[in-house]
Design a protein around this ligand. Structure first.
Ligand code: FAD
Length: 216
C-alpha cells in the first residue's frame, strides 16, 4: 500500500480504510461532481460546496472573481477540498454501529491561480467536460468578459488521502442474535431522462452525450 505523502493526511482513525495511491484517489475524484472546499476568511473557517474537475495531477476549481473562496485560494491561502461518494446506509443491530459505505478524498494544499488565457480556457473546458463528457465541443466557450469575471485555481494533488468503507455492519458479537434486521441499503447518484429547455427547437434530437449520459 502506498504511504501517506505527509503526516497531516495520514488516516489515523481506522487506518486500514485509508489509501494514498493515485489510482484510488483519481477514481473517486473522477466520479464525483461536487467538492466541499475549506478555507479561512478573517481567521474563521468556511466550507463551501462547489464543482471541480481533476486535470492530471491537480484539481481545478473556478468561480466568480469576487467569491471569497476564489479570492483566498488565488491569494495562496491554505485550502482543503473533500469529495464524498455515498455508497450505502449500513444498518447494524445496535444504533451505535450504524454507519455508511463511502469513498472519500481529502486534498490539502495551496491553490495556484491559472492566469494564462489559453491555460484558463483549457481548464474551463476540462471543468465543463467533467460534468458531461463531450459538452465543451458544443457549448459556446467563454467570452473575454466572462473570462475576466472568472477565477480559475489549481490545487495540486500531491497531498491527498482517500478513505473507503465497504461491506456490512460490524456488530458486537453479543448483538448478533437480536431479532433486528441488519444489512446495507445501497445508494447511488443516478440520472433521469433529459428535459429539453423550452427554447430548444421541437423535434431536434438531443446530442448523444445527453441521451446516453450515464453515471459511472
Ligand atoms: C459519508 C461519510 C460519513 C461519515 N460519518 C462519520 C461519522 O458519523 N462519525 C465519524 O466519526 N466519522 C465519520 N466519517 C469518517 C470521517 O470522515 C473521518 O474519517 C473520521 O471521523 C475520523 O476523523 P479524524 O479527524 O479523527 O481523522 P484522522 O484519521 O485523524 O484524519 C487525519 C487525516 O486523514 C485523512 N482523512 C480522514 N478522514 C478521511 C476521509 N473520510 N476521507 C479521506 N481522507 C480522510 C485526512 O487527510 C486527515 O487530515 C464519515 C465519512 C464519510 C465519508
Amino acid at each position: 500500500m502506498a504511504s501517506p505523502p505527509s503526516e497531516r493526511v495520514r488516516v489515523r482513525r481506522l487506518p486500514k480504510r485509508g489509501a494514498y495511491d493515485r489510482q484510488t484517489i483519481d477514481a473517486i475524484l473522477d466520479e464525483g461532481l461536487v467538492c466541499h472546499l475549506g478555507f479561512v476568511v478573517d481567521g474563521e473557517p468556511r466550507v463551501i460546496p462547489t464543482g471541480y474537475a481533476r486535470d492530471g495531477d491537480r484539481l481545478l476549481l473556478h468561480g466568480s472573481r469576487s467569491s471569497a473562496a476564489m479570492r483566498v485560494l488565488a491569494g495562496g491561502g491554505p485550502a482543503c477540498a473533500t469529495v464524498t461518494l455515498l455508497d450505502g446506509l449500513v444498518l447494524a443491530r445496535s444504533a451505535f454501529h450504524h454507519s455508511m459505505n463511502y469513498r472519500s478524498v481529502v486534498v490539502l494544499g495551496t491553490g495556484v491561480e491559472v492566469v494564462d488565457v489559453a491555460e484558463k480556457l483549457e481548464a474551463l473546458r476540462v471543468l465543463t467536460d467533467h460534468l458531461v463528457p463531450g459538452r465543451s465541443a458544443d457549448a459556446r466557450g467563454a467570452s473575454a468578459s466572462e473570462l475576466a469575471l472568472t477565477t480559475v485555481v489549481a490545487l495540486p494533488l500531491d497531498e491527498a488521502s482517500a478513505k473507503v468503507r465497504v461491506g456490512g455492519p460490524v456488530d458486537d458479537a453479543a448483538d448478533h442474535d437480536l431479532p433486528v434486521w441488519a444489512g446495507v441499503i445501497p445508494l447511488a447518484l443516478g440520472h433521469r431522462s433529459p428535459i429539453p429547455d423550452t427554447e430548444v427547437p421541437p423535434g431536434g434530437p438531443a446530442p448523444t452525450y445527453v441521451t446516453s449520459y450515464r453515471r459511472p
